[in-house]
Design a protein around this ligand. Structure first.
Ligand SMILES: *Cc1c(COP(=O)(O)O)cnc(C)c1O
Length: 365
């Protein structure tokens, strides 16, 4: 593909830190860059504790385990998301239960949460750079004894309801996968303000071992540590966080300007943004009941446009997680597609992409 969907943006800063980690020989899960990355991250999203781990999926698994969630428990998960939250719930032996997304935010609809006596937690996904309505979710779940987990993997830099992505729930997680806005190649993080929980998270991620007492294993843990080499890249990305977020939002603005008339006059639509949220566009997403010819035309021209994920409620693997219908998740899954979005995507690439969309729509009209 000539214009990829996603691309990493690494500067000399990341390269310098990575080289330093290599030269010092500190390349395992212990080292100063790990500690520094955790400090910078915690400060950036205004949390008391941060633990970086090997990826965003493992971050969710450890968050669930730290909350004691396992067999017999149910966890509410949106029907439209990348699969990780649902898979993490299954991995710890619990059952994901799907909730539909709201047409206004494409995130969990706080009106229709399928709670049961087994519900122990809810994982809200800040989808495609837009926050969940955490305020309404809090109100819906008040007095319910349901833990809130925020999966902010797609929302580095999004702001709303007085807080940034990664600070809205009891536990919040990030991914730093190569396609994410802030990246370390592979990586993740778990954040909380609760020191006991932070202790448990650290222990679970480090062989269930007491930090103060070597080879004294208190719980069955795993090794989910991020390497110091990876964290060195992360420290560089932390310094550039605002610029990386702004660069993607600039790309979104370019798309918005060029597609505005199509949004106004055709059935093409843009991902909605609620008035209480400032989006941090991770992937620019648009939808149309006739998306396939547009995707085909873009791909024929070497542009990596892609249909959004299959709604999880449509996957046979997760049939037991359905409670009723999921009309919004299914419609979006059938209609939405993602356009190339990355820091450094040239403006004339956006021109070309939008011209192809326009031409294809005119031919089909
Ligand atoms: C990318 C992503 C993750 C985790 O990804 P990893 O590749 O495991 O780091 C989790 N949740 C969502 C919503 C994601 O988009």
């Amino acid at each position: 593909m000539r214009i990829p969907l996603s691309n990493v943006n690494l500067s000399d800063i990341e390269k310098r830190y990575a080289r330093d980690a290599l030269e010092t020989g500190w390349i395992s899960g212990t080292g100063d860059y790990v500690k520094l990355f955790e400090t910078l991250l915690r400060q950036k999203v205004d949390r008391q504790c941060a633990r970086v781990v090997s990826n965003g999926t493992v971050a969710l698994e450890i968050a669930l385990r730290a909350l004691g969630i396992g067999p017999g428990d149910e966890v509410i998960v949106p029907a439209l998301t990348f699969v990780s939250p649902a898979a993490a719930v299954r991995t710890v032996g619990a059952k994901p239960v799907f909730v539909d997304v709201s047409p206004d935010t494409w995130t969990i609809d706080p009106e229709w949460i399928p709670l049961s006596r087994q519900t122990k937690a809810l994982i809200g996904v800040d989808l495609l750079g837009h926050l969940c309505n955490w305020h309404d979710l809090d109100n819906t779940l008040i007095g319910q004894d349901v833990f809130m987990i925020e999966d902010a993997a797609e929302a580095h830099g999004a702001v709303g309801q007085g807080r940034v992505a990664g600070s809205h729930a009891f536990i919040s997680t990030f991914s730093f996968h190569a396609n994410k806005t802030v990246t370390t190649g592979e990586g993740g993080a778990i954040l909380t303000d609760d020191p006991d929980l932070a202790f448990e998270i650290r222990r679970l991620a480090n062989h269930g071992m007491n930090d103060k007492r070597p080879y004294w294993h208190e719980v069955v843990g795993t090794n989910a540590r991020m390497t110091n080499l990876t964290a060195a890249i992360g420290v560089g990305q932390m310094i550039r966080w605002d610029a990386l977020v702004a660069a993607r939002n600039q790309v979104a603005t370019w798309y918005d300007e060029r597609l505005a008339d199509l949004f106004a006059n055709t059935d093409l639509y843009r991902r909605p943004v609620a008035d209480w949220c400032t989006e941090a566009c991770w992937m620019y997403a648009i939808g149309s009941p006739q998306r396939q010819p547009i995707i085909d035309a873009l791909r024929a021209n070497g542009i990596d446009a892609r249909a959004i994920w299959t709604a999880l409620c449509n996957l046979p693997l997760y049939r037991e997680s359905c409670r009723g219908e999921y009309p919004v998740a299914k419609k979006l899954s059938d209609e939405v597609f993602l356009l190339p979005t990355w820091a450094g995507l040239p403006e004339n690439a956006v021109d070309e992409i939008c011209t192809i969309i326009r031409e294809t729509m005119r031919q089909k009209a």
